[in-house]
Design a protein around this ligand. Structure first.
Ligand code: IZC
Ligand code: ZN
Length: 420
């Protein structure tokens, strides 16, 4: 087969090629395997050759039908992977900004029936078509900013019908625009107001009615729980996650974000693929996650937007050998940002991660966090041809500039889907 697309003369091709097949940890997290004056040859929807331009030109066959991209002055990266989003929801919560600025804490807004519950009301009121339409819009925004795969959670329905409606909408959004979505069932995102006085009864519904329906319709790969003070305890989270594991779901957790309850320890005990947030993770939690190989998905955009004064201890986790990935946490309340480029800046400045660590955390390690490391997350022969070109002389430049979309092209499954 001929080369269908050839990207050549790139200042740098960042491959994020992890040799081990496992998430990158410790010092290896800095290893980007950068090729100077690089090229990538694509055949159909797959990467065929990656290497220095001169070598690639010698190796591949091209003809007049081959699309050529001259990437002089540009950096090529694997398509970015956003491993934690709540991209399908009804409504928006801009009116809560004023409360937040008056100093009302996130959990207090929720306790007053706002926050997540506000989005639950809007999501229940929305039709599946409306959810699909807004989900497509948000995914197209992500694509334009370099994201080619994202995890997507339910969790604003909180009735069986509204959760199924959300997950079906996620499936349709996945099919109807280029960003690939990996679906997660988050029925245990909050206690809906009908069950305010009996959260355990709500969890019975999640376990006995929702999980079987979601499994039967194959609507989600992962099951997640918001383990937090005033939401679900460690014991309640364990109940849901064990039931989900029995039904064949892989596990994720919102853990140790605001109050240190021990969510990280539970994620390690249950062999979850990831534990996310982790601002207040304990030393023991760090140790257990490193031992069990649970990926820490850190969400520094949320910390920034909630105006917290402490970020997740990323350096400590990296030094302890915990695999680290980064995500936007795109959601209508605590993180209305779906741009991973901004996460690059915040992670460097406030998590004190290096640009190289951050790039691996939003490519290969993020691919592991969504269970697709064989297909995406690095530029290697045989992987999906998902690539992004940035108008940047080198990869450090991505951490240096902020607030401007530096994308010059996005390639999804070998097709140019964004060109600036
Ligand atoms: O809508 O506030 N943390 N879930 C857990 C969220 C934030 C989303 C929201
Ligand atoms: Zn979240």
């Amino acid at each position: 087969m001929k080369t269908t697309l050839l990207i050549k003369n790139a200042n740098q091709v960042v491959t994020s090629r992890g040799a081990s097949g496992k998430p990158l940890i410790g010092e290896d997290l800095k290893d980007l395997s950068v090729i100077e004056d690089g090229a990538v040859a694509v055949q159909g929807d797959k990467i065929k050759v990656v290497g220095p331009t001169a070598a690639v030109l010698n190796l591949v066959e091209t003809d007049e039908s081959t699309r050529m991209i001259d990437a002089s002055g540009k950096v090529v990266l694997p398509g970015l992977v956003d491993p934690h989003t709540h991209v399908v929801f009804g409504g928006s919560r801009e009116h809560e900004l004023a409360l937040k600025l008056q100093g009302v804490p996130y959990l207090e807004i929720l306790a007053r029936g706002g926050g997540i519950l506000n989005s639950v009301e809007a999501t229940r009121a929305a039709s599946e078509e409306e959810l699909i339409k807004s989900g497509i819009k948000y995914c197209r925004q992500m694509l334009a900013q370099g994201t080619t795969t994202a995890e997507a959670k339910s969790g604003y329905g909180l009735t069986t019908e509204a959760e199924i409606k959300t997950l079906r909408a996620i499936r349709r959004v996945d099919r109807e625009q280029p960003v690939d979505l990996v679906p997660t069932f988050l029925g245990a995102h909050a206690v809906p107001k009908e069950y305010k006085d009996d959260p355990d009864l709500y969890l019975d519904l999640v376990i006995e009615e929702m999980l079987p329906r979601v499994a039967e319709e194959k609507l989600a790969r992962y099951c997640d729980v918001f383990c937090e003070e005033g939401i679900f305890s460690v014991e309640q989270s364990r109940r849901v996650l064990e039931a989900a594991r029995e039904r064949g779901f892989d596990l994720k957790m919102h853990a140790d974000e605001i109050v240190p309850l021990g969510g990280a320890e539970l994620a390690a005990e249950l062999g979850a693929i990831s534990a996310d947030h982790l601002l207040v993770i304990s030393d023991r939690g760090i140790e257990k996650m490193a031992e069990a190989g649970v990926i820490a998905v850190i969400l520094p955009g949320t910390t920034f937007y909630l105006r917290e004064d402490h970020y997740a201890p990323a350096r400590k986790m990296i030094e302890a050998g915990v695999p680290v990935a980064l995500a936007t946490d795109f959601n209508p309340g605590s993180s209305p940002n779906n741009n991973l480029q901004l996460i690059i800046n915040i992670a460097c400045l406030y998590l004190r991660m290096t640009p190289s660590e951050v790039i691996n955390a939003i490519t290969i390690n993020a691919a592991h966090a969504v269970g697709c490391p064989a297909d995406i997350g690095s530029l290697e022969e045989g992987k999906k041809a998902d690539l992004v070109l940035f108008d940047a002389p080198n990869y450090e430049y991505l951490a240096y500039r902020y607030g401007t979309n530096l994308i010059s092209s996005v390639i999804k499954n070998g097709e140019i889907v964004v060109e600036v």
